[in-house]
Design a protein around this ligand. Structure first.
Ligand code: NAX
Length: 329
């Protein structure tokens, strides 16, 4: 057996960083063959075709086939995993409502095409921004597919948060655990260190030994650094995050399929957990058990954490309402 994986925007930057790692077995392991479907718009076909030629030249043992198309029904045909990377970026002078509308025009039809032609076990990860609301739109357009099969990527934010804590504590990143992201994949996101540990010890305790005022450090240094890391990468590198985004997409999907031994973060459909309105795609602390994301429940939230989460969730509500006003939901 092989897993069929559809990657939209496969001719773009993240697509190029994803394809070779998937074909090398980084996502599903060395025992699972893969069939790749590269779905692009006509302008992106050549780049995707070029990547397909290079995939061929890698002669990967695990790679059974590569197909390039600009037809959504063909692209999602029998796919088990859909990685929705292609999206409409914000152009000059574009208002937020225009951006949401342009992306609704992509993710609505793609959700419908997934419902029409994907395998019955399909699992969808939305990377293209605004990722949470794009996932909501795709899920709402995919009649017959349970909404929990649609997720948005916030793993990159979590990885950034863990890496920043590791640097601040002079600890290896592998020692840092339980740093969930709450809310939207945007500047309002809340990277939460309340329950985080470093080598099993509370991070808050370890931080208190290194910074004078932990709360101020979290508010003024840590959270802005994590939430604005994408902008920092653009400033330094001259281009947006690519390899780290592809890596996070691989980790998210791998964990969804193979399970986790601890918490991680993913944008998943809320059932009202922690007061997040049901139906929104919000990031939560999650575990992956038997191929399903489960929200970690029962965590105590301080008034400060509650306020941060509420602010990010309010942004998700506003995005949903803007999309509803367009008549999409
Ligand atoms: P690129 O502009 O390099 O590539 C996007 C590709 O998508 C292009 O080849 C384009 O032709 C294609 N595309 C556009 N509309 C399409 C459609 N309807 N069907 C199929 N393909 C389509 O962008 P890249 O750097 O690869 O980033 C892709 C998306 O990831 C962006 O929306 C970006 O904002 C988002 N990101 C999300 C992150 C996350 O953590 N969730 C982090 C990284 C990144 O910023």
């Amino acid at each position: 057996m092989a897993t069929t994986i559809t990657i939209t925007g496969a001719g773009g930057q993240i697509g190029y960083a994803l394809l070779f790692r998937i074909a090398a077995g980084d996502m599903l392991g060395q025992d699972e063959k893969v069939r790749l479907r590269l779905l692009e718009i006509p302008q992106g076909l050549k780049a995707a075709e070029g990547a397909a030629l290079e995939l061929q030249d890698c002669a990967f043992d695990l790679l059974e086939s590569v197909e390039v198309t600009d037809d959504a029904a063909t692209g999602f045909d029998s796919c088990n995993l859909a990685l929705l990377v292609g999206a409409r970026p914000r152009g000059p002078g574009m208002e937020r409502a225009d951006l949401l509308a342009a992306n609704a025009g992509i993710f609505g039809p793609q959700g419908a095409a997934i419902a029409g032609s994907a395998a019955s076990d399909v699992r969808v990860t939305v990377v293209g921004n605004p990722a949470n609301t794009n996932a909501l739109i795709a899920a709402a357009s995919a009649d017959g597919i349970p909404p929990e099969r649609f997720t948005a990527l916030t793993r990159l934010d979590e990885n950034r948060a863990r890496a920043q804590l590791a640097a601040a504590l002079d600890a290896p990143v592998s020692a840092i655990r339980r740093v969930p992201i709450w809310g939207n994949h945007s500047a309002t996101q809340f990277p939460d260190v309340t329950h985080a540990t470093v080598d099993g010890r509370p991070v808050l305790e370890a931080l208190a030994e290194r910074v004078d005022d932990v709360e101020a450090w979290l508010e003024q240094t840590f959270i802005p650094r994590v939430a604005k890391r994408g902008a920092e990468i653009i400033e330094v590198r001259g281009s947006s995050s690519v390899a780290s985004a592809a890596n996070a997409t691989i980790e998210h999907t791998r964990d969804w399929v193979h399970g986790t031994d601890d918490w991680t973060s993913a944008g998943v459909v809320s059932n009202g957990e922690y007061g997040v309105p049901a139906g929104l795609v919000s990031s939560f602390p999650v575990r992956s058990v038997d191929g399903r994301w489960q929200i970690v429940e029962g965590l105590e939230l301080s008034a400060w954490a509650r306020g941060r989460i509420d602010a990010s969730v309010a942004e998700l509500v506003a995005e949903r309402d803007a999309v509803r006003a367009l008549g999409v939901l």
